[in-house]
Write a protein that binds this ligand. Structure first.
Ligand code: HEM
Length: 481
């Protein structure tokens, strides 16, 4: 003990010295990132944290676009540099930047996720190869022909959702209900889960996971990040249990090979004739549930938000949907032809996603040095494409703040100017699925209700997706059919 006390001052000195040294290394590393000539204009912010706080807090305060728009005014409307999550980033602001990133996948850039995300979804094998494999696989399950057979089930789920959670209520809070609908649907269509208690038990770890993905990555007991890591393990274990049971059901012919995405994944083989292993399938189902459920519920929430504000648009959607209602026998479910008739409703949903893109953008990593718009981007830098700044460029969208679904008539917006689902090889594989679930929801809500906002001036926060700060409480006005 005495010996320890004797050495204590030296130990403290060594500790302080190592902290100073690490900070200095980080400071010089930070500076060295920005010492190359002809980088995009912009600010690197503080050492280590860069401009992360400005980037995140603009979203928390409800105006995420201000981070990008202010810098576009100050530095360049094409591309500016910043530093987010400890990384040097070139942020692409316009359609030309989207085109550049989306068409140079695996040539100049590749997908990139922050370390926090990689910790929550640890890769068991080469992550890039896995992502490519998933991309090759998904169209089989999510292409329009495969989805056609889901429409009736989507309608059944929507009906029971409205009966249990909306009918006979004077007021509801939209966002949690929209999440419940998309989650029920995903559980039903991906894994044939129908028992509400089973689904509800599954939904809780999902909420923990979703709120921890973009939290501050401090892995200590009780932090949102730590809870998200634990939740991701719990969900994986639950999916594996479902997979094991499904294998038995398939052998005993209680389940069929085509009944849902899980059965498809269990039965298909790769070029060498091998089946995917259980952990692989669990990861892929988890990826689909995460990718699909919050994004679509945000889109649905804002459809309801805008329709409450714009009665003339509501009336047009109502007319379109009621024509379909009138064409059907009592109790008859929606089908593919009905969906094709919902053109105006889909234009409305597209306009909602133009003004309120559920995903603000996406990251890439430069795998080579390159020049873009006359600026040098070094290998290893991260790149970020941004939906909002392209969606509000008045060259492509005159009067960009005006809600105008007719922008999507005819050929619609020019390529790369409208990117709520991204573009290029990484474009969202769930786009068509999302279209169907949003339209089925619109049909079911509009034929039952009109509604008004309880809080006409409710704030929108973005963390990391836009949401009304109180979840969008609305007053329901039922139609008397
Ligand atoms: C309105 C709803 C949706 C929106 C706005 C949306 C948006 C996006 C965007 C922008 C990307 C590309 C990100 C990037 O470029 O880095 C993406 C990727 C992805 N989405 Fe969606 N998505 C939606 C619904 C869905 C659904 C329903 C599913 C699943 C059924 C899904 C599964 C995925 C997956 C797996 C990826 C990763 C693709 C890859 O990296 O190759 N999404 N989504």
């Amino acid at each position: 003990m005495e010996l320890f006390l004797l050495y204590l001052p030296y130990l403290l000195l060594a500790f302080v010295f190592s902290i100073v040294l690490s900070l200095q290394i980080l400071f010089f590393k930070h500076k060295s990132h920005y010492s190359t000539e002809n980088l995009p204009p912009g600010s690197a912010g503080w050492p280590i944290i860069g401009e992360s706080l400005e980037f995140l807090s603009a979203g928390w305060k409800g105006h995420p676009q201000s981070f990008v728009l202010d810098r576009m005014k100050k530095f360049s409307t094409e591309c500016f540099k910043t530093s987010i999550l400890g990384e040097p980033v070139a942020l692409m602001c316009r359609a030309a930047g989207n085109k550049f990133l989306f068409s140079n996948e695996d040539k100049l850039v590749t997908g990139w996720w922050p370390d926090s995300v990689k910790k929550i979804f640890p890769a068991r094998s080469d992550q890039k190869e896995e992502a490519k494999r998933l991309r090759r696989l998904l169209p089989q399950f999510l292409k329009p022909e495969a989805l056609k057979s889901y429409i009736g089930t989507m309608d059944i789920v929507a009906r029971s959702h409205f009966v249990s959670a909306w009918e006979n209520k004077e007021e509801v809070v939209v966002f949690p209900l929209a999440k419940r609908y998309t989650f029920w649907l995903a559980c039903r269509l991906f894994m044939s889960l129908e028992d509400p208690n089973h689904i509800a038990g599954f939904a809780h770890p999902f909420q923990l996971l979703a709120s921890g993905i973009f939290s501050i990555p401090i892995d200590l007991p009780g932090t949102p990040f730590n809870r998200a890591i634990k939740a991701s393990n719990i969900i994986r274990k639950q999916i594996i249990k479902i997979i094991k049971q499904r294998k038995i059901d398939l052998t005993e012919k209680v389940a069929t090979q085509t009944q849902d995405i899980l059965s498809h994944m269990l039965t298909i083989t790769n070029d060498q004739g091998y089946h995917m292993d259980d952990l692989d399938i669990a990861d892929k189902i988890l990826g689909l549930l995460i990718g699909g459920h919050d994004t679509a519920s945000v889109a649905i929430t804002f459809v309801i938000f805008y329709l409450a504000e714009l009665p003339h648009i509501y009336n047009m959607v109502y007319e379109e949907q009621m024509e379909i209602v009138r064409s059907k026998a009592s109790g008859e479910l929606l089908n593919w032809d009905d969906i094709q008739k919902m053109k105006y409703s889909w234009n409305v949903a597209c306009e909602v996603m133009r003004l309120m893109p559920p995903l603000q953008g996406g990251f890439r990593e430069a795998i080579q040095n390159f020049t873009y718009a006359g600026f040098f981007v070094p290998k290893g830098w991260k790149l970020y494409w941004n939906a909002y700044s392209t969606h509000t460029n008045c060259e492509h969208f005159p009067e960009p703040e005006k809600f105008d679904p007719t922008r999507f008539e005819g050929n619609g917006p020019a390529p790369y100017t409208y990117v709520p689902f991204g573009g290029g090889p990484r474009m969202c594989p769930g786009k068509e699925y999302a279209r169907l679930e949003i339209l089925v929801f619109m049909y079911n809500i509009v034929k039952r209700f009109k509604w008004e906002k309880v809080l006409p001036k409710e704030n929108i926060i973005v963390n990391p997706m836009p949401t009304p700060s109180k979840g969008l409480p609305i007053r329901l006005i039922p139609h008397h059919l």
